[in-house]
Design a protein around this ligand. Structure first.
Ligand SMILES: [Zn+2]
Length: 290
């Protein structure tokens, strides 16, 4: 992580979310600017990233669930990490009466991301119990750590829903709960207005759309981050700010990703490596044809 941040520091000027807000809302100019965001509030933000950003004085923002912070709950994808995915897929297939052959982890994630969150959590719980697997211990930061991050003045806090649903799968009342109630609770926790949000999974039109953006606007959110891979610019909607993921891969890989920008996805498509999205699009079109 330190090497990645040094690489970024040599090419870009790190800015805060307030700078980014001014860029979108007040026409301020930003050149060669970069802002680091971290979703999910994993404990490594506190144990690994925090010492590095203090050393180099880098402003970042993190996106957390008040439920995970308060109760030590894990997001569903954290809970299933390390599971026997084929066994889990077969369990899913039996319950949902699908006759699909297991084709790998990407396919499992695609089918799970197609379920409303309540159903998904129930499915994981019943599989867990059937296998005699214990729930995982807390994987995220607690309130004390969150407040310490905030007090450093380097870390801004944004919301990331309560349960990490694919918002597009949910009915209106669940979306309002996952966005508006989540923001209100987080505001109480940190004693400050929450103006930032990151969409779970974050692919525009597949994971969220105008409905979610409207609810965010009504909740007073100024910037919401997607996972659309491109550079940010004045033409973006501030409630769908694109980002480049640097959580996977080594230095040359990340360098190539930053260099290619939005062309990276075209390259990825050529090598057909984005299997999960392929599966998910297939499932959406299956559902439409039913
Ligand atoms: Zn997330």
């Amino acid at each position: 992580m330190e090497r990645i941040l040094i690489l970024l520091k040599s090419h870009y000027h790190f800015v805060s979310l307030s700078d980014l807000e001014d860029f979108y809302y007040h026409g301020t100019d930003l050149r060669n600017a970069c802002h680091i965001t971290v979703d999910d509030g994993d404990i490594s933000v506190y144990t690994h990233l925090f010492p590095i950003i203090k050393k180099y004085q880098i402003p970042i923002s993190i996106y957390v669930s008040p439920l995970c912070v308060r109760e030590g709950k894990n997001f569903w994808f954290q809970e299933i990490s390390g599971y026997d995915f084929q066994k889990f897929f077969e369990y899913y297939s039996k319950i949902y009466d699908h006759s699909m052959q297991y084709e790998g982890k990407h396919q499992l994630y695609a089918v799970l991301k197609h379920l409303p969150i309540e159903e998904l959590i129930k499915l994981i719980d019943s599989f867990r119990l059937s296998q005699g697997i214990k729930p995982k211990p807390r994987m995220g930061i607690n309130l004390e750590q969150l407040l310490e991050l905030k007090a450093s003045g380097l870390v801004e806090i944004g919301a990331h829903t309560y349960n990490h649903p694919i918002l597009a799968n949910e009915d209106n009342s669940t979306v309002i709960y996952e966005i508006s109630s989540c923001i209100l609770e987080l505001e109480e926790m940190i004693g400050e207005k929450v103006k930032w949000f990151a969409y779970p999974n974050g692919i525009p039109s597949l994971d969220f759309s105008k409905r979610e953006m409207e609810i965010l606007r009504e909740s007073g959110v100024k910037l919401a981050f997607s996972t659309e891979n491109k550079r940010f610019s004045k033409s973006d909607d501030p409630l769908s700010v694109p980002r480049t993921g640097i959580s996977k891969g080594n230095i040359p890989f990340i360098f190539a990703k930053l260099f290619f920008g939005s062309r990276w996805d075209i390259l990825k498509g050529l090598f057909n490596s984005n299997k999960e999205s392929e599966f998910r699009k297939k499932m959406v079109s299956l559902q439409k044809s039913n």
